[in-house]
Ligand binder design. Sequence first.
Ligand SMILES: [Ca+2]
Ligand SMILES: [Ca+2]
Length: 226
Amino acid sequence: MKRLLALIALTTAGACASAAPVTNLLVNGGFESTTVANGNWVNVSSIAGWTRLAGPGTGFEVRNNVAGAAQEGRNYVELDTNGNTTIGQYLDSLVGGAVYDLSFWYSPREGQAASTNGIQVFWNGVQIGDTLTGTGGSGNNWSMHEYLLTAQAGRNLLSFAAVGTSDSVGGSLDNVSLQNRVPEPGSLALTFAALAGAFLMPPVLRRRAEARRAVALASALKRDAS
Ligand SMILES: [Ca+2]
Ligand SMILES: [Ca+2]
């Protein structure tokens, strides 16, 4: 009974883990903390969670549904406001060696050439993936990008850099999220099914299986002896 209760507790914990809301480990990943009038934008050098790391641009733009809609909420950021800018967020609470899921949305600037819309992603100063760019259409055209990142011990840094022509128009970002990596629901279910099989086989069935194995062994021995 103790084992049964333990299994039920384990299964319940697993079910809760898979149903729990996902926590974004980044601060202000959707850039919603800045108050910007609808259809307007502001040039900033730091906001909650994010700060300008390098120029030549003197800041980055938080835009409220201007020149295209946000992917999430009302705000998104453009990294070439008066020149290419790099922004970043430091993370001090990650577990060294652990793997995390990064996802974010990118859009080229509407009506602009791919040569001016580039954004690169860096993890602790090392570029991950290819340069993101594209030809701008009408409004924003968001695409989601995902990477697995391994944390180093101590402080980690996620950064995004505008690249290409530095000309006050460029690529945009929204809905940046870093999450603890969770097991696939399928593998979790298989694990629990295997556990249930091991723990929940009724004693009578276990005894019958053991009896069948004993009979098979006895007949094999008899064959060998004859
Ligand atoms: Ca947003
Ligand atoms: Ca540009």
